[in-house]
Ligand binder design. Structure first.
Ligand SMILES: Nc1ncnc2c1ncn2[C@@H]1O[C@H](COP(=O)(O)OP(=O)(O)OP(=O)(O)O)[C@@H](O)[C@H]1O
Ligand SMILES: [Mg+2]
Length: 466
């Protein structure tokens, strides 16, 4: 059956051209064009499309639009058509499960995606948004390349990645549940591990931008920090804007995102902004020293920093977050290959995790990435882990990882000495080490590059782009 395509673009020429070009298509039938957000909502309801082509609408940001549409119409698949400069956003779109194609739009590309959608829907796992969408962007020009590794339902937390790097985000939708404690312990634990006889290179990042305390928990200075890097990025952006003959003060917020696409960062530049925990060689990118500096960190700074980190030489990047749903936290969740969702066995913390899981499920976030963790468990609790599991509607294979309440933790935070560095055994130390080995089984770390390896592209698609 032909897939119905809704075009969301404020340029009416896009719809009329595609209408003609796709007239005889076996795979795709345009079911209308929306030239603004209001019309798009109406047509999603009335025209019942299967696929949405997000061209451009001045009043809206496509990533956000897609998430909103998907909440109301979870079955929809999305394609973003990007110009040369917008292609820098491709990884971000893919993290959101949006297919990306390069402009000028070629009807053959859309047909191939529709065809792929039809074949994906008969697979037992269903949805195409299992963990990042395939990329059809490639280079601009008459024959855009198809990234074969990604033109198939992808492994949830290895989506489109070919390195053995691991980006882990520690999150908990309630304050004081132990996110920073666990981030510190896991980061130090990873920095003690080896691969091929070489200690892992580990970076901890404090994304609790305003009130972060990661550095304090290891007695580290807070300078340089994330804001030092942001200032450097801004200096480059301003220079770029001036080279284009404009005054940085006149640049609108949405325009900065376009300029960011033209800024080149080097993976090694992060070295200038980290402080080192000498005991284990762990690197830390701390949050700003002055709260006011955090107000100047924008979503595009965060995006650029995360992209740069992804290409850095670190084996493990561990991000501590704030108990909120700000840009920093959401980007840290979407960039992560693994998420440690931390709570305490108290009803308010449990409720917020449930609400957050619901939101992520509605956004089709790949739940396989999430490792649930109950911190501060005592011998006798009102709720058992099984009861909590049932409340969260977890998949039967999914366990909740327990971390015991331990009187030593408070002292270890006050003295800046991680529990995993304590001599001797303790229940908390063993639980953290067990969690660490689940998050990063060393054999999986070794084999990561094999899993991410490109597969042959399907013969028909090969033919289409020949
Ligand atoms: N397993 C544990 N046993 C005993 N105390 C703990 C444990 N985990 C955390 N704590 C206590 O809880 C306090 C808060 O922990 P932490 O700062 O890590 O929470 P957080 O989730 O990062 O908070 P915020 O939301 O403010 O960032 C710690 O100072 C420590 O005293
Ligand atoms: Mg914290």
């Amino acid at each position: 059956m032909r897939k119905r395509l809704l075009i969301v673009d404020d340029d009416p020429a896009v719809g009329s051209a595609l209408g003609e070009q796709l007239a005889g298509s076996r795979w795709l039938e345009p079911c209308g064009q929306a030239e603004n957000v209001e019309a798009a909502w109406r047509m999603l309801r009335d025209a019942r499309p299967d696929l949405v082509l997000l061209g451009g609408i001045k009043e809206a940001e496509r990533g956000v639009l897609c998430q909103q549409f998907r909440l109301a119409f979870p079955h929809l698949a999305f394609i973003a058509a990007c110009g040369t400069r917008e292609l820098a956003w491709e990884p971000f779109f893919r993290n959101l499960g949006i297919w990306v194609i390069a402009k000028p739009i070629q009807p053959g590309q859309l047909e191939a995606l529709a065809m792929q959608l039809a074949s994906l829907q008969v697979l037992p796992m269903g949805g195409v948004q299992a963990g990042g969408a395939p990329s059809f962007a490639g280079e601009t020009g008459p024959t855009p390349g198809l990234h074969a590794a990604e033109a198939r339902p992808v492994q949830p937390y290895l989506a489109g990645r070919s390195s053995t790097k691991h980006l882990i985000t520690v999150y908990g939708p309630k304050g004081g549940v132990g996110k920073t404690f666990l981030s510190r312990e896991l980061a130090v634990y990873f920095s003690l591990q080896k691969r091929d006889g070489r200690p892992l290179k580990v970076l901890a990042v404090d994304f609790n931008l305003d009130l972060g305390t990661f550095a304090t928990s290891l007695n580290l200075p807070r300078s340089p920090n994330l804001f030092t890097w942001v200032q450097e990025i801004d200096a480059r952006l301003h220079e770029l804007v001036r080279r284009h003959g404009r005054d940085p003060l006149d640049v609108r917020p949405e325009e900065w995102q376009e300029y960011v696409a033209a800024v080149h960062t080097q993976p090694e530049e992060v070295d200038k902004y980290v402080v080192t925990y000498e005991e284990t060689g762990l690197h830390v990118l701390t949050s700003p020293r002055d709260i006011r500096h955090s107000f100047e960190i924008r979503d595009y700074h965060l995006y650029l920093m995360l992209e740069t980190l992804k290409h850095s030489a670190y084996d493990v990047i561990l991000i501590d977050t704030a108990p909120d749903t700000t840009d920093a936290t959401i980007q840290a969740l979407f960039f992560a290959e693994r998420v440690v969702m931390v709570g305490n066995p108290v009803v308010d913390s449990i409720e917020n995790i449930q609400r957050m899981l619901k939101l992520l499920r509605e956004a089709e976030y790949p739940e396989e990435r999430i490792q649930l963790c109950m911190n501060r468990l005592q011998k006798r609790e009102m709720f058992t882990l099984d009861e909590i599991r049932a409340y969260f509607h977890l998949h039967p294979s999914k366990k909740i990882h327990p971390i015991p309440d331990d009187a030593e933790v408070k002292k270890s935070i006050n003295t800046g000495t991680p529990v995993v560095l304590h001599p001797g055994r303790s229940a908390a130390k063993e639980a953290i080490e067990a969690l660490g080995s689940i998050l990063l089984p060393l054999d999986a770390a070794e084999s990561g590059s094999v899993k991410g390896k490109a597969k042959e592209r399907p013969a028909l698609l090969k033919w289409l782009w020949r």
